[in-house]
Design a protein. Structure first.
Length: 52
């Protein structure tokens, strides 16, 4: 009889790990909004330059 398959133990989800990912998600979201508003502003400036 073959021995059973031994998988490594699953990773533990600790409060520190959850806090890290919450903080990282906030950073990514803030960066996304900064880039979005820069793109909108550049687009509006481009429209203004074309009309002159």
């Amino acid at each position: 009889m073959k021995p059973g398959r031994r998988d490594p133990p699953p990773r533990r989800v600790t409060p520190d790990l959850i806090a890290f990912y919450i903080k990282r998600a906030h950073q990514l979201r803030a960066e996304y909004y900064r880039n979005m508003w820069r793109a909108v502003w550049s687009w509006l400036i481009g429209i203004g330059r074309r009309q002159l």
